[in-house]
Each structure stands twice: as structure tokens, then as C-alpha cells.
Design a binder for this molecule. Sequence first.
Ligand code: ZN
Length: 150
Amino acid sequence: MFKGTTARFRCYDCGEEFESCAVHPEEYGAFSCRTARADEAYALGLEEPTVEALSTAIRATQTYVALPEERRAKVFQLLFQALVDQPALGDWLLVDVHPRCPKCGSRRSNLTNTIESKPCRLPLVRCAAWANLDQESRVRVVDDLVGTLR
Ligand SMILES: [Zn+2]
């Protein structure tokens, strides 16, 4: 579990204000992840050895290196998304997205402030399947994924 905080969000589309659990914006070393449907929040810690291994594999992949500079950050995020262990429900985890507005369902919102007095617990996401691959397999996986993302 990861210590999260309750955050207030304001919906861009309907103006609704609502609360949701999130990784604290000033917390270095963790992304927040959410499921696409159920909106449960998780934390992905950068202390995971995965991050280092993923960066190494990506830098060794010609298809990635060939991408235009401005595409690389987005592709890196999408790769991350594809390589985290998905929860048992089979619902995809999306990295760095905001919660769904309870009123209109929009995902476009602004984090307005955090409520320090209301901590919450975020389950930690792992990348066990990825971590078990050897370096050659990792490069192949990244190569295939970059190919599908272009
Ligand atoms: Zn809304």
C-alpha cells in the first residue's frame, strides 16, 4: 500500500467538484494509475526496478529511437501502461489520468487542492511479468509495442 491523499477535482465539462484518492502531487517517485471503468486508484512506485529496466530496454530499441522527439514521452507512458501488471478484474490500468466526474462521466478535470487531513491508502502496482523477462525479450516486447503505437 502507498500513502495517498484525498484530492479535490473540478470537472472541466460540467463544473462539478468532487473528491478522489490520489498520489500527492508533490510526492516524488510515484505515478497514479486508475482503472478505465471502475476508477479505483493505484500507485506505481518509481523505486520499482522495472522503471530502470524499462528505460534501458527502450533506449536499446531502434523503433523507439527512430521516433520524433515529441512522440517519445507519450510513447514511454503508453509503454508503461502496457507493462504494469493488470488487476485481477482484467480492467486496464491507465497511467496519470484523472478520476471520472461522478455527475457527467468526463475524465477532463483539474486537481484543485489536496486535503492533507484525509489520507487514503493506494494499492501499489507491480510489474512482475515484465521483471521476469530477460533483456533480449524485453527489447522484443518494447519493439512490438512501439510498432503498434506508431
Ligand atoms: Zn462533469
